[in-house]
Ligand binder design. Sequence first.
Ligand code: GLA
Length: 340
Amino acid sequence: MSRVVARGPGRVNLIGEHTDYNDGLALPFAIDRGVTVTAEPLPHGDRIEARALDVGEADAFDLEGVGGDSVASGWRAFVRGTVAELRAAGHAVRPCRLTIEGDLPLGSGLSSSAALEAALCLALLEDDDVDRVELAKLCSRVENDHVGARTGLLDQLAVLCGEEGHALRIDFRDLAIEPVPLDLGAWRLVTLESGASHEHAGGGYNERRAECAAACEALGIASLRDATSTEGLPAPLDRRVRHVLSENARVDAMAEALAAGDLQRAGALLRESHESLRDDYEASVPEVERAVAALEDAGAAGARMVGGGFGGSVLALFPPGATPPDGSVSVAPGPAARRL
Ligand code: GLA
């Protein structure tokens, strides 16, 4: 293996939040910002050495037995977990020096974690011609089993299967992926960081997943995709299910609005999604509400939190001529994770 440089993009989810682990629908896309991993072979030994340039930290570990420990946390857990899962899936991982750098801050809600996992896999694999859906599942196991975040497959599929100029309509029931052209004309999408960092392994995310599982049990169904109403559910499970049902419907409504070029309607759907996440799913925090208000005050047709919530970034759709607030960054669908 010679030196390999791989890039993992972050993602923005246009709509369809907290639906992936409920066998529902989402419409994400990969973005330009992301994480780059360089792998340089080490001539001797049986170790991985890793440096995370942005945080000025390093790690080193033996290939043998990696992943069996529970001491690693933060970015180290992602590196060790990815190496462990690649080996468990039968991929040979050579001793190497990994250098990690990027322009997607951890905790920004644009999936720096999936960007890192994807870039690590493509840098470490001997042959990168692998099934991308299987690779997404492998990355998801890194989060679930090594980082302790019970996240779904949304981020990994967006990052590994994204297409330039398109969002992906993903049906999580059968993992069918359909590219949807994201043609915004003179309109533009921006993200704005709320200032509240979010972390999946702690806090509300895992709690919401547990509530969805409890709702399934109460309704006697295998997944919320099979739910037809919230009847009979105690609060707050009824509100959680109402969000999932209405959000699935908004994904298809968004695909229709985009096909019709009705961007005003697309903006209204973003607003409705945010209201549902705030009121029914209770996944917002004051910093996120302030960011949404700033974007709407600046003339956004709609704005909503993206990703797991409880912090992170807000996405907004602006009509031609409007000026997004300071700190906003334009986002557009870029290519999937790849070797450079
Ligand atoms: C995070 C998770 C995803 C998904 C979203 C919410 O980004 O990683 O799997 O559940 O939150 O839609």
